[in-house]
Structure formats: C-alpha cells, structure tokens
Design a protein around this ligand. Sequence first.
Ligand SMILES: NC(=O)c1ccc[n+]([C@@H]2O[C@H](COP(=O)([O-])OP(=O)(O)OC[C@H]3O[C@@H](n4cnc5c(N)ncnc54)[C@H](O)[C@@H]3O)[C@@H](O)[C@H]2O)c1
Length: 397
Amino acid sequence: MRKSGKIGMGVIGCGSISWLCHFPSIKAIPELELVAVCDSNEEYARKAAEKWGAKKWYTDYRKMVENKDLNAVVIASANSVHCEQTIAAARAGLHVYVEKPMAVTNKEAWEMVRVCRENNVKLTVGTNQRFWLQHEWAKKLIDDGVIGEVKFGRSSLHETWHLYQDNVAYSDWRLKPKQAGSATLFDQGSHRVDLLRWLVGSEAKRVVGVAKRVATPEDVCSLDDLSWVAIEFENGAYGFVTTDKFSPVVSNITEIYATEGMLFASSEATNPFQSVPLAVYTAKDYTWENYPEILKKYRYPEEFWVTDLITRPLEKKWISITPPREWSFTRMMKHFLTCFVEDKEPLVTGEDGAKVMEILCAVFKSMETNSWVDLPLKEEVVPPHYRPYYEKKKEAK
Ligand SMILES: NC(=O)c1ccc[n+]([C@@H]2O[C@H](COP(=O)([O-])OP(=O)(O)OC[C@H]3O[C@@H](n4cnc5c(N)ncnc54)[C@H](O)[C@@H]3O)[C@@H](O)[C@H]2O)c1
C-alpha cells in the first residue's frame, strides 16, 4: 500500500491488450494507482504514461520492478518474455497478473509458480473468459448439480489472424516464432483449455492433439493456424478444444454435456446458432419453488403466467439466459486486487496456468510420438518452431 492509501500498479507491455483492457480497468478501480509503465519501445512507453497518467515510464522491466511505489504488475508483453518478467517482478516482491499464455514451455510455467510461491506473492494468469458472467454462471449451475454429472465438454475459438494483427496490435510478435512460440494453440487454446478444465472440474490425465499450419502462407507465418486437443480427465470425462487463425469471423462456443442436462455458452462475437450467451437444458424435475436462482431470475422469455403456475414440475426445455453486461477484465482486476490485499488464492492460480501449459505442450509431444501423452509431462516440451531460439536463450544465460 502506498502512502496515498492507494495500491501501486505497473504495466509491462503497453500494447493493444493494455490499452483496450488493463489501463481502463486500473483507472476504473479507485483503490489502484497506475505508478509506472514499461515497454521495450520507448515511444509506446512514453505515450502510455502520458495518456494513462503514470508518473514513470521505463524501457527495461528490470529497472521498473525496483520502483518502490509498486505493489503489483500486469505483464502484457510478448509470450516469450512472460517468464523472465514474472520472475523479476516476484523477486522484487510484486504480485503478478501475467497474460495468457503464461509461458512458452511447461518448465517455464512451473518455474514462475515456484518463484512466486517462494517470494510469497500472488500469481494469476489472464484467462479472463472465466470472468464472463455466462461462464461464471455455467460453472455455478454445474457445481450445483443442475445438469448432473459432466461427461463431455467441447470448447472452440475460431478467428482470423487479421482480427488482431491488422487492427489493434502494436507489434507483430504473434507472427514471430521467436516471440510467440506457437500461434493458435497457445493464443486461443490457452483460453479454451483453461475454461474446459474449470467447467469439467477435473484434472487432465492424458492428451492427444494436433497444432499445425494448414492455410497461412509460410512467408506470412510459419506457426500453427489450426489446433485440436482431446483431453481425458481424471474423473472419466472427455474434452475437446478446437481453434484456428483462418476463419474470417469469430466463432466462440462452449458446450457441456452431462447426465441430466446440457449447457451451451458463447461470446457476443458469435454465429447465429449461438444467439444467447448461455443456454441451459435440465432434465431434473424442478418446481417454481426449487428452481435454480439463475434460471429463475435471468431466463428469457419469462413465461411466468402461462406455464410456470400450472405445470408441475416445470416444463423441460432449453432456457435462454442473458446476463447483465460487466467487463470481464475489470472484474478480474478487482478480484486480483482482493486476493493480494486479503491474502486469498486467485480464481485462476499460477498452478492453473501451469496445468494449462502442460496440456498445450503435450499436444506438441503427442504430434512427435503420434499417440496420447500422459500428464504431468515428464520432461520440458519446447514448441518445435521455438526450439532454435530457446537453445540460444539457454546458452546466453
Ligand atoms: N486475455 C486476452 O484475451 C488477451 C487478448 C489479447 C492479448 N493477450 C495477451 O497479451 C499479451 C500482449 O498481446 P497484445 O495483443 O497486447 O500485443 P501487442 O503487440 O499489441 O503489444 C505487446 C507490447 O509488448 C511490448 N513488448 C514486447 N516485448 C517486450 C519486453 N521485453 N519488455 C517490454 N515490452 C515488451 C511491445 O513493444 C508491445 O507494445 C500476449 O501475451 C497476448 O497473448 C491476451
């Protein structure tokens, strides 16, 4: 806590996600003060400090983390530097909110977890889609048993390179193996694997998958533009994640299939077949009196006077739910703040992020072995296009 009574925040990486989401979220939370920003591009650092009111700007994160007015940092730089920046921040005693994917290899991710635990700082990973209300409510309905036992889940996020790269991105790290490590598998797969693991509520036991380039010209990007991941969970359920970088519009769908119901969730950027953020079917014999609160209050259409009063039990049908709009990034930032002020575990822990990295890295291993891969991984798995750079980085240390 600073003398002003506010909590000092820093941001490393002053690019698109920081301008669109992190800076506005920090500004929207009265307890937080943006103390310092850092970007390897001097102009970006200076411009962000001017616009968002940070007193200090830096081009070297090692210098920034020494700033005594800081309590915590958001790391929103290229994937390949997330690990070293998290470790430097943690060693300086700062709590860390690192963007997804948290690292480029499974070993890096566990190292980040270890150093944060050792230095007694909180670590959360930016899979903010858990903070979309439709996903939060889906989780609650599942945990309350409304759809029975989850046996299968499918989560997909398909979109084009151009969505980010040609419109909002400040740099082209996404297209560069040295900075991204992997493309669609890491970029979108990190969100969907995290979501599915959370909703299914079990740890991954083994994984098989593919991440490869099928549509993008090699001179544009040599990285994977299509991925699919099959997961067998410890509780016997299965999950399937798909992503790509060539579909011209966004499709974002999560489907959960359980013994007594089903649940579909989507984003606002969606296709006509997913026209509401959350749809739930339960085969349970609910009456109006014991109907789950979320279904009672937020379903549409209400139909209260027609069927609900006369039908016992309530009619079984798909229920459409449109939650109120609340910006997931600000909700996640507020939650992060509460975690380090009240010494609570974040909803997305460093361990969650590392387990997601295990699943993503296992896909590359599975392509090598042409088979299912058991988790936890026994060795460090480095994405194939990243290997030459990783070797050099290790030599340089
Ligand atoms: N949670 C989400 O939904 C979401 C959405 C978009 C991006 N992201 C993640 O945020 C991160 C940044 O993505 P972006 O879209 O903002 O990219 P961007 O290219 O718009 O911005 C990245 C910024 O980081 C800076 N940078 C790179 N290396 C640096 C270093 N070593 N030190 C300091 N600054 C450095 C670049 O100069 C650039 O300004 C990525 O990890 C990405 O996966 C998350």
